[in-house]
Structures are given as C-alpha cells and as structure tokens.
Design a protein around this ligand. Sequence first.
Ligand code: CUA
Length: 158
Amino acid sequence: MEIHKYEKWWMIFGTGTLIVFLIILGVSAFHSGTHPNNSKWTIDYEKVDEYAPFDNPGLHKVEGKDWDYEVVLVAQAFAYNPTEIEIPVGSKVRFIATTKDVIHGLEVAGTNINMMLEPGYVSEKITTLDKAGTYTIVCNEYCGTGHALMYSTLKVVD
Ligand code: CUA
C-alpha cells in the first residue's frame, strides 16, 4: 500500500507533537516534583484527632509569637470543626488546617485565605484580619455529595 507523501509528513508531525506534549507534561508534572501543597508538615490523616494542635480545634490566643491567635481547623466530608470562630478585628492570625479524609479547599470568602487541604499534609496561612464582618469559610474543592453544605463561619468583631 502506498502512503501519500503529505499524509506521511502529517503522520510524523502529529506523532511528533504528541511526543513533545507528553515530554512537557511528564517533566512538569513528575520530574519537577510539582505538588499542590508545599507544606513540609505532614500528619497521619487517619489519626488527626490524636495529634496537637488538631486534638483541640478552634481559636487559641498565643503569646510570644509573631501572631496573636491560632485558628485550628479540621476538615472532613462534609463539615469543618469548629463550625464558628470569633476573632477580634485587627488580629494577626495563623490558620492551621488539615483534612481527615479527602481533599478539601478551605477558602474564607472575601479574604486572601484560600488553601488546599490534602490528606497527610498540614496547610498554613498567616494573615491579619483587618475588616470586621461575618465571613463564610467554604469548601471550594468538590469533595462529594455534601460538598455544597460544607462550611463554617468566621466572625471578625469590633
Ligand atoms: Cu469539602 Cu468540598
């Protein structure tokens, strides 16, 4: 069977671009070690409740640190623990969160707090809450049938 000259060129071109694509994908996804969570703090996600600080979720006033409060949040399908947090306005806060099961996306709507929670990793964010108001902590990563019902409330009060 004769293959037309141009058809052959296009086959080579098509195969070539596919190979280039796979090389780029492979190098960027695996070789570069790309991982959505850059956290070095790991945890056994099946025993989250047993380890500090996750054995005591909620708001904690801290002394002698660069921040005033720590908010410890535990995510699981389909809830956050605690379900409500109240913090004085102007506080510098370190959010510390993890998940007990699947990937969740912790986002405090209307702020710059937005972090992926992955099983086995602890995610952190230090920020200053300088606007009073009631914020909803949502889950922005689809995690199952109850995904849309998964939320907590952050009250920044005067
Ligand atoms: Cu948790 Cu979506």
